[in-house]
Structure formats: structure tokens, C-alpha cells
Write a protein that binds this ligand. Sequence first.
Ligand SMILES: Cc1cc2nc3c(=O)[nH]c(=O)nc-3n(C[C@H](O)[C@H](O)[C@H](O)COP(=O)(O)OP(=O)(O)OC[C@H]3O[C@@H](n4cnc5c(N)ncnc54)[C@H](O)[C@@H]3O)c2cc1C
Length: 436
Amino acid sequence: MAQQKFDVVVIGSGIGGMTAAAMAAHKGYKTLVVEKLPFIGGRFSTREWKGFKLTSGAIGVEVGGVMEKTFKELGLDFDVRQEEGMRYRIGGQDFEMPKRGGLKALINIACGDEKEADRIYGLIRQGWKWQEPPGTLTFQEWLSQYTQNPKILGFFQGVLSAMLGGNIWELPAHAFIRFQTNMGGYRAFGVAPKGNTYLMNQLADVIRKNGGDVWTSAPARKVVVESGTAKGVVVQKKGQEVTVSSQAVISNAGPRRTIELIGSENLDRAYIKLVRDTYVPMSVMWLQIASDKPLLPYHGMLVPAEARRVNLINCPTNVAPELAPKGKSLLIVGAAPKSMTPPHDFKGELELALLDLKDIIPGFDNAEILMASWFSGDWPVLHTMPGHELPNKTNIENLWQVGDGAVPQGWAALPGSTLSGRLAVEDMERRLKPEA
Ligand SMILES: Cc1cc2nc3c(=O)[nH]c(=O)nc-3n(C[C@H](O)[C@H](O)[C@H](O)COP(=O)(O)OP(=O)(O)OC[C@H]3O[C@@H](n4cnc5c(N)ncnc54)[C@H](O)[C@@H]3O)c2cc1C
């Protein structure tokens, strides 16, 4: 069996893994990323189809947050074109979220009763300022104590499913409060006009320029564990098993696959139980749609607050025409299924999403669906449900987990995954010096 030596091996090239690897390489650690697929980026990558640059997952990239900060620190080109803020469709009309007092104003529009809006906003505010609602109740159970108004419940279902990818009858009550506190509900976001892969390739360049490497089509088969400490990774490369020894291992493979790679015999039963009880990868239906003319007039996302399934609509080519062939537009649509976990009735859910789109978008019948698929299981919208975050460490020393299965509390998606990569490297620096 061939042998190689690096300071750090990162399993998986998602944004969490690539952030960790690029930061580690930048700090002088000889770093190897191994990716099982033939391309890098995981759920933040680009696939070319009929001249369109389609996303393998995320489209909205936070601007002015932790990802931009990371790119700046590494001297990279954060080529993200900012969109306008979100709009909400309530009662057939579209409203912008005002910069100040926005949530309260929207609740007021949704229920048409200023006093009730004040009361409900007061509860949310109390969650921020004083005591967050319990995680033992779903958001719907918590809110239903104070209002049965279906317009308010419907509004929050639209907002939470767009922002957190889940339903109010499944998300824990505190998830929304924590998300607003830490991520501010994505104050600003944009799209990558050259495609997500352009951004990921820059992180790969940092790794290579600093003496590291990125292997694609190279699945990790096993984490080597000796006396409770990670010592490297066994990787399949070009039909051969290669043992890469390292001081540190960073896994971006998601909690369930990381357990398999470490081997449950090496892990505390408490951790395995925690993952079994808490780990809920969340599903979403994602449609990528071509048209001759823009199907949405906005330079930003629309959240239809009272739809059957559709929870966000974005026409990224309005700000980044480069994502489509000349004379074409791209529409991206997210739809939250009735339950965030499989099994799903794909046909039934798609029918409901298409009914929504016909209601919301004039001229939708002439559009071409380029891709309609579930993101679930090992390729979910989020690995862990907001409010049920898992730790980034197990009992195995010098092994960290990154990605949206290992975000700090109140974080999610691209910003949370990026932060998880940075935190793992900061912790590693406190323990290990570069050697290889
Ligand atoms: C449809 C959809 C829409 C989304 N929209 C947004 C959005 O608009 N904004 C936003 O901020 N977030 C969005 N997200 C969430 C965001 O994409 C994810 O949170 C983020 O990309 C997760 O990154 P990650 O670090 O967890 O890695 P992942 O993207 O999960 O990558 C992990 C990588 O590890 C590899 N891997 C797994 N096992 C092995 C192994 N054994 N050996 C080698 N490699 C392995 C996988 O192949 C994969 O490439 C969306 C997600 C989806 C699916």
C-alpha cells in the first residue's frame, strides 16, 4: 500500500472542507483534500447544462459575512454580485422587507391588525432580548400558544422555510431566534456570476500554492485511529489504496459518514446515540428553469408567504446574465416538502410546486424545466436541522468535523459551514504545529 505524509487531511471539498483546508495551508500546514466526486465544491459547485451554469446546491451567497471575510484574508477575488433584499408575497402583493422594523411591518401586513402584530413581534423580540423559546416545542407549537391566526402562522411558515429550509411544524422554536441573532437572517446576499466553482477553485489554488494538494475521484475509505487519536486517512486513488498519514484529520463528509469512516468501535456510544437521535438531514425540492424572458422582475429573491410548497424564487440572471446562454434567463425555485425527511412523494410535491408557480409567475407555462430534483439524504439542503446542531468533535483527538453538519448553534448553510471550517483550524493551531 502506497504511503504519503501531510500535516492535515481534509475529507470532502464542500465549502466547510475547502475553507478549513485553505486556511490551514495559508497558515503553513501541508494540507491534502480528498474528494470522492470528480469535481470540487459539494453543494456549492457548478454544473454546465445546455449552456446554463446550474448550481449543485446553494445559489444565495451571503455578502459582507464570514465567507467574504475569509476570501479577503486569503487575498482572493470574492466575485459575488449583490442582489436586492428579499421581497415577500402576501395576499397577492409583493412587499420589500424594510431595513428597520422590517419583521414587525411584515407581520402587520400579513395579519392586517397592528395590535396583534405588535403583540407577536413583542414575543419574538423577547426571544432575542431576554429568554429564547424552548427547543422542546416546534415553532408552530410555541407560536400557537399566543395566536391561532392562520395568516400569521402562514407568514412564518413562508419565512422560516425560506431561511432555514424547514417547516414551522418541524423546526424547534428557538431555531429562528438563534438564526436571527447570529446570521441576521442573511442581511445581504448575492450570486457568483462566474459560477460557484470559480470561488471554490480559488480556495483550491491557495492549498496548492502552499505545498498542498486536492485529489478528486479519491474517496476516503477509513480514518486511521491509534490510541484514540486520528493519525491519517486511507484513500482510494486510481484503483489503489493510499495511506496518508497526518497529524490532523478534518471531515466534511457529514456526521453519519464520518462515523462510518472512523468506525463505531472507536467512538463513544454517547456520540453515536446523539447522532442517531438528533441527526436529521433536511430535504428540499429544487427546480432550475429556463425561459426566454426573466420570469421575475426583481433583482433578488421572492418569498411567497402563502404558497403550497414553493418557499423561494430567484432569477439570478437578472443580476448575473453570465449564468445563462445569451437571450435566456434562469429561474431557481425552492420548495419545502410536507416533511423535511424522506420518504417523499416526488410526483405529488412537484405538482403542488408547479401549481404555486403557475399562480405566482405569469407566463410560467412557456418555461422549460432544466432540472427538478430532491436534495436529501447525503446531499440534503442542510445536514443538521437548525436548533439541533451537533458538536464538531468526537472522542477521537485531532479529528474535527466541518460543514453544515457541524455548525455552531444558530448558524447554518454557507455561512455556518464556512465558520465551522475556520473554527476547526483555529482549534487545530492551538494544539498542533506544522511538521510535514
Ligand atoms: C438545493 C440547495 C439549495 C441551497 N441554497 C442555499 C443558499 O441559497 N444559500 C446558502 O447559504 N446555502 C444554501 N444551501 C446550503 C449549502 O449549500 C450547504 O450548507 C453547504 O454547501 C454545505 O457545505 P459543506 O461544507 O457541508 O459540504 P458539502 O457541500 O456537503 O460537501 C461535502 C463533500 O464531501 C464529499 N465527501 C463525502 N464523503 C466523502 C468521502 N468518504 N471521501 C471523500 N469525499 C467525500 C462529498 O462528495 C462532497 O463533495 C443549499 C443547499 C441545497 C442542497
